[in-house]
Design a protein around this ligand. Structure first.
Ligand SMILES: [Fe+2]
Length: 173
């Protein structure tokens, strides 16, 4: 697809994030299952529910634009999800693996924050305030999720990972 206009770019980026969100519908349940700390598991389940709504919002955006709701292969998210899968396949201490899951999830959120930030800007420039509003709602959820993950790390999971390392070193001595 040629990118001749900002509208072309907008549509192309919408299709990219549509595919990204759909990948997350599959990845988030696996992350929830892998999480050991109940608060982390709950955070993934909550964000899965939000992601379902985010996909619906994108459906609404495509409809408002008179375009078919279909994705375009998002290799960025594929790579991030693939790295997450590799992490989950590792053996390791539970708090360390939880800390790794937080890092993987924050990489997802930062990709999405970048994508939705641009989409909100483009929708505004294209004179689509209703669409901008929908995309802004999703952007706010991604930002809140990112902050919640930071708080979870700071509230103890990362500290537990530090403590796990100390026990391991003691055992090795
Ligand atoms: Fe999302």
């Amino acid at each position: 697809m040629a990118l001749d206009t900002l509208k072309d770019l907008f549509l192309s980026e919408l299709r990219d994030i549509y595919h990204a969100e759909n990948q997350l519908l599959a990845a988030l349940p696996r992350m929830a299952e892998a999480a050991v700390a109940p608060a982390l598991r709950d955070a993934f389940i909550k964000h899965l529910e939000e992601t379902e709504i985010q996909v619906q919002r994108l459906d609404n955006v495509f409809e408002a634009l008179g375009e078919s709701a279909r994705g375009k292969r998002c290799q960025g998210m594929e790579g991030i999800v693939e790295e997450g899968k590799e992490l989950m396949a590792e053996d390791g201490g539970e708090p360390v693996l939880d800390a790794a899951l937080i890092a993987a999830a924050q990489k997802v959120e930062h990709y999405e924050i970048a994508a939705y930030g641009c989409l909100v800007t483009y929708a505004g420039l294209l004179g689509e305030p209703q669409i901008a509003k929908l995309l802004k709602a999703t952007l706010a959820e991604e930002e809140a999720t990112d902050k919640a993950l930071t708080a979870l790390g700071e509230s103890g999971i990362n500290q537990a990972a530090v403590a796990a390392g100390m026990t391991e070193e003691e055992e090795e001595d």
